[in-house]
Write a protein that binds this ligand. Structure first.
Ligand code: FES
Ligand SMILES: [Fe+2]
Length: 366
């Protein structure tokens, strides 16, 4: 298992950005223990429904805030009060800012240091996202749009997220995929390649790819699958696909330990122009399964390959080197990110002359 230092990505062990940490539907009333970025967290919903993410261990005597089922605080359903969370051990309560505001067996002075670290969290697209930054800064980029999530009346069927579990693969090997034109035919069954480019634009990188495809378009050999994929930061891939049905894919990967990630996939499908019937719903589900199977083809490679600390680049490969330079910005102090962006910003076309009619610019995708 290769780690960040092996790839010489920068001084940070983990990248800076937004990351998927849970499906929205797995966070119910009970606080959820999570492990990412080699740290333990607790995710809980306040009574308003808003999610909060805090470090897992209580500053008093170190209890884990979510790994408990027998404390009477937990049994009696008293752990979340308003937007605050109580420790199951001695009952200290921490407000949504992380500060302890109640020691129930007092009175006593509550120390200022009685606080737990809180992390920025957002919920959209049926996913709970956290902002991670080793420098402790606030988010400097927005999440990608999830407009289709709320367009059921126009025939969009929401994704049901597929959990690929943990992979002992460094995330740089996942992001390499953006430049990987050479695997499209052998792994995904692409044929009649029409167009392929990558565009680097600050914290975003896009891949525009037009080709025939064995599974996601009709059996018509002339049918074309257009794929406009882009990363928003280091770990959220969205793709807008124009195949048999218009669809929006998400692939989200999050570091668990250095060199280990957890990955989820989803596909929203526009199956008609109005609220779908049960039969159309089943078609949308089957279409997501075909997309999941396509990603599983990559995953099988990732799970069994040796680390590619450097790639033996040939001229007909996509720009792997540029993708890795782009990716380095997230492992370096924010003040230096612009240096890496300036080295790669711009468009690189590998197949075709110019973007086909109807292709999206990166500004339209985000
Ligand atoms: S360990 Fe949390 S209140 Fe004592
Ligand atoms: Fe792939």
């Amino acid at each position: 298992m290769a780690q960040t230092a092996d790839y010489s990505l920068g001084p940070h062990t983990f990248p800076r950005g937004w990351f998927m940490i849970a499906r929205a539907d797995e966070l119910a009333a009970k606080p959820l223990p999570l492990r990412y970025f080699a740290r333990d967290f607790v995710l809980y919903r306040g009574e308003s429904g808003r999610p909060y993410l805090v470090d897992a261990y209580c500053p008093h005597a170190g209890a884990h805030l979510a790994k408990n089922s027998t404390s009477y605080i937990v049994r009696d359903g008293e752990q979340v009060e308003g937007e605050a969370i109580r420790c199951p051990f001695h009952g200290w309560r921490f407000g949504p800012d992380g500060q302890c505001d109640d020691i129930p067996y007092g009175p006593c002075v509550i120390p200022k240091a009685a606080r737990i670290k809180t992390w920025p969290v957002e919920e959209c697209g049926g996913i709970i996202w956290m902002w991670f930054d080793e420098e402790g800064g606030e988010p400097d980029m927005a999440l990608p749009p999830f407009a289709e999530w709320d367009m059921g009346d126009q025939g969009w069927v929401r994704w049901q997220l597929d959990d690929f579990g943990q992979l002992a693969t460094h995330p740089t090997e996942i992001v390499d995929n953006m430049a990987d034109i050479g695997h499209m035919s052998p792994i995904h069954g692409s044929r009649n390649l029409i167009y392929f480019d990558n565009e680097f634009a600050g914290t975003k990188v896009s891949q525009s790819f037009w080709a025939g495809h064995r599974t996601l378009v009709d059996n018509d050999p002339d049918a074309v699958l257009s794929s406009e994929a882009f990363y928003t930061g280091p770990a959220i891939l969205q793709a807008r696909l124009g195949g048999q049905h218009p669809s929006v894919m998400v692939i989200a990967h999050t570091p668990v330990e250095d060199g280990v990630i957890r990955m989820h996939h989803g596909l929203m499908v526009k199956i008609s122009d109005k609220q779908p019937t049960a039969e159309e719903l089943a078609m949308a589900r089957a279409y997501q399964e075909a997309s999941r199977d396509a990603l599983a083809q990559d995953v099988e490679i990732w799970m069994n390959k040796r680390p590619a600390i450097s790639i033996m680049q040939v001229s007909c490969d996509g720009p792997f080197g540029k993708v890795r330079v782009w990716y380095q910005q997230f492992y370096n102090p924010r003040a230096k990110a612009g240096v890496y962006q300036a080295r790669v910003d711009g468009r690189e076309i590998r197949i075709g002359e110019s973007r086909p009619a109807g292709a999206l610019e990166i500004a339209e995708m985000v």
